[in-house]
Design a protein around this ligand. Structure first.
Ligand code: PMP
Length: 417
């Protein structure tokens, strides 16, 4: 399968060799690298991509959730063109920034005040800084296997060596285990940081009970509870916090919210966010309020991604996940798809998956084969298997994915037993 992948992509192979000569690993997003070399895309339209060797793909990667609106929504393109016509770098506060902030504060239950960044990574770092300033404590509790950005990667078993503050890790969805860590560390913890569904960790939803237990413990010990909804905010108009009815103290956002432009934001309780009133903590950033992200974001969130769009997307994702799991069951394959709504992750094992795990070599092999199979079927998914549906993906595209997964399950059956 690897030979076939390589033979079909001479231009991507050559592009990788060339890029490696000037960038370690050949790109500036470590997570995009995979062996033998990543496929380089030339462009996209709607929910389709074309690579530099001329292959066309159904795009189910959805830019790891940032591509919610597809590649060419005319309303977003028009908003960007209008912004470009008014000038790019104005070195000034602008009306668009406050307008975008109003839209987001109105949507997320926890968000009374908000600030913008250029990425989800920065949003988490700034939310943590607010929590540390507010509580006067140093430490952060995060989840084993959690991912919160390039410097906040807590892969199972690994030391969080990148984090610029002390981090303690706790087991996801394990109420007793996590509460006992919180009790032990309470006096040193500024914040508890977690995703209400692990995204990169494997599309593993938190139970409502787990989130409720963390909410109660954070309140009891005066620890700031931060939900990283960089990926999960798409599941309802007000994120997973709204679906669960559990309100964190701070929320971080990113990915699709600025319509595909670079973006991050953090917001929450007015008294905590007041740490960023003038004269207290600093949070600068030349492009934090750049007019392209602000303009595209106002259109994306104000005009396009409304309640009915969010509900329809979630329903479409749930239906696709059900169809995929029915396909696994039909073939008796030891494979399942987890997630919520439009975020879907294959796992090459049976049984409940409630926290991140390190795949066995056999599972890892199947994961690679799955990716290669999908690529040769013309379906672009993340190398690790994650799918994030975009709004242009309809029923026929969902059916195309199920039709590609079916023979994979059928052919691998003896291996999976
Ligand atoms: N938090 C989560 C949950 C993420 O999935 C990501 C990115 N995959 C980030 C934060 C970081 O966002 P960015 O890549 O924009 O820095």
């Amino acid at each position: 399968a690897r030979e076939r992948y390589t033979a079909a992509r001479p231009n991507s192979a050559a592009a990788h060799v060339r890029a490696k000569a000037v960038m370690p690993g050949g790109n500036t997003r470590t997570t995009l690298f995979y062996t033998p070399f990543p496929t380089a895309m030339a462009g996209g339209e709607g929910c389709h991509l074309t690579d530099i060797d001329g292959h066309r793909y159904l795009d189910l990667c959805g830019e790891y959730t940032a591509g919610l609106f597809g590649h060419s929504d005319p309303r977003i393109i028009a908003a960007l063109e209008a912004a470009i016509a008014r000038g790019l770098s104005l070195a000034s506060v602008g009306e668009r920034e406050a307008q975008f902030a109003e839209i987001l504060c109105a949507r997320f239950p926890s968000v009374e005040r908000i600030r913008f960044t250029n990425s989800g990574t920065e949003a988490n770092l700034m939310a943590i800084a607010a929590a540390r300033g507010f509580t006067g404590r140093e430490g952060i509790l995060a989840m084993q296997g959690g991912y919160h950005g390039g410097v906040l990667t807590f892969v199972t078993g690994a030391n969080p060596v990148n984090a610029p503050f002390p981090v303690t890790l706790a087991p996801y969805n394990d109420i007793d285990g996590t509460l006992s860590v919180i009790r032990e560390k309470a006096g040193t913890l500024a914040a508890i940081l977690l995703e209400p569904m692990m995204g990169s960790g494997g599309c593993i939803p938190a139970t409502r009970d787990f989130l409720a237990a963390l909410r109660a413990a954070a309140t009891e010990h005066n620890i700031v509870l931060i939900f990283d909804e960089v990926m999960t905010s798409r599941h309802t108009l007000g994120g997973l916090q709204k679906l669960h009815g559990i309100t964190p103290d701070l929320t971080t956002l990113g990915k699709y919210v600025a319509g595909g432009m670079s973006f991050g934001a953090f917001g929450g309780r007015a008294d905590i966010m007041a740490m960023y009133e003038p004269g207290r903590l600093t949070h600068a950033g030349t492009f934090n309020n750049n007019v392209l992200s602000m303009s595209a974001g106002i259109t994306a969130m104000g005009d396009i991604f409304d309640d009915s769009a969010a509900e329809a997307l979630r329903a479409r994702g749930d239906a696709l996940r059900d169809a995929l799991n029915a396909t696994c069951a039909k073939h008796g394959a030891s494979m399942q798809f987890t997630g919520i709504g439009s975020m879907i992750q294959p796992h090459f094992r049976l049984g409940d998956i409630i926290r991140p795990y390190v795949p066995s070599p056999a599972e890892e092999g199947l994961r690679e084969l799955f990716f290669l199979d999908m690529m040769s079927a013309g379906i672009y998914i993340a190398r690790r298997g994650m799918v994030a549906l975009s709004l242009p993906v309809g029923e026929s595209e969902s059916a195309q994915y199920v039709a590609a997964v079916d023979p994979f399950c059928a052919a691998r059956k003896p291996l999976l037993k």
